[in-house]
Write a new protein. Structure first.
Length: 213
């Protein structure tokens, strides 16, 4: 009788083990199924997710305009005032998150009154006023890391030959525009532009070449 009971117990244990094994296999299979499904959904989700748009604005290591520049008259092509222009030093410093402050000084005698002017601009295409003897507004945009587009909105127009004020335009009127390029080695700045001066004389395709100091 004991033998029969023992066989019954063994048989019951074996049956339980079989069911347990089957349940474990099923659970393992279900887990693998859902795990694979979740992984697939995540993969598909990432694959179908929109690719982030490139960052707005240029990613440039530095601003090549920053520094002190001296006009090189020998390399320049002057088309205004019968080819005559005052020698000048240009100092450019950073302004805000994305812009410059620019100062012009007479290279012959920096002490001369009225021979300097400055302005601060952001490269956002909006007008910014100049300070000095010839009030204007400047609009700048950055084309690439070494190229800048600029536009001048003139506010004062003069009578000839006396130089008295003929017209004042508070909002400014586009009078000139051009492009500034800094060489790859950062040593030369070239400003090519065309426009009309405050005395209403026109100049075309002027090229100012500056050497870094």
């Amino acid at each position: 009788m004991n033998v029969l009971n023992q066989e019954f117990v063994n048989s019951e244990e074996a049956t339980r083990l079989v069911h347990t094994t089957r349940e474990e296999k099923m659970s393992s299979g279900i887990f693998r199924f859902f795990g694979a499904s979740v992984a697939t959904m995540l993969f598909v989700g990432f694959a179908l997710a929109p690719t982030p748009a490139p960052a707005q604005g240029l990613q440039c290591a530095s601003n090549p305009l920053i520094g002190t520049w001296r006009l090189n008259l020998q390399k320049s092509t002057i088309t205004r005032n019968n080819g005559v222009i005052e020698p000048r030093i240009m100092i450019i410093a950073p302004f805000g998150d994305n812009g410059i402050t620019e100062v012009f000084i007479n290279d012959r005698d920096p002490r001369l009154v009225g021979r300097w002017e400055m302005w601060s601009v952001q490269f956002d295409g909006k007008p910014y006023p100049t300070k000095g003897g010839d009030p204007r507004q400047m609009r700048w945009t950055r084309i690439d890391c070494n190229t800048f587009q600029h536009e001048t909105l003139r506010q004062l127009y003069y009578n000839l030959p006396g130089g008295t004020v003929k017209e004042y335009v508070p909002e400014g009127r586009v009078s000139s525009g051009g492009r500034i390029t800094v060489s790859a080695d950062g040593k030369t700045l070239t400003n090519k532009h065309t426009g009309t001066l405050g005395n209403q004389t026109r100049y075309e395709d002027e090229i100012l070449v500056f050497d870094r100091q």
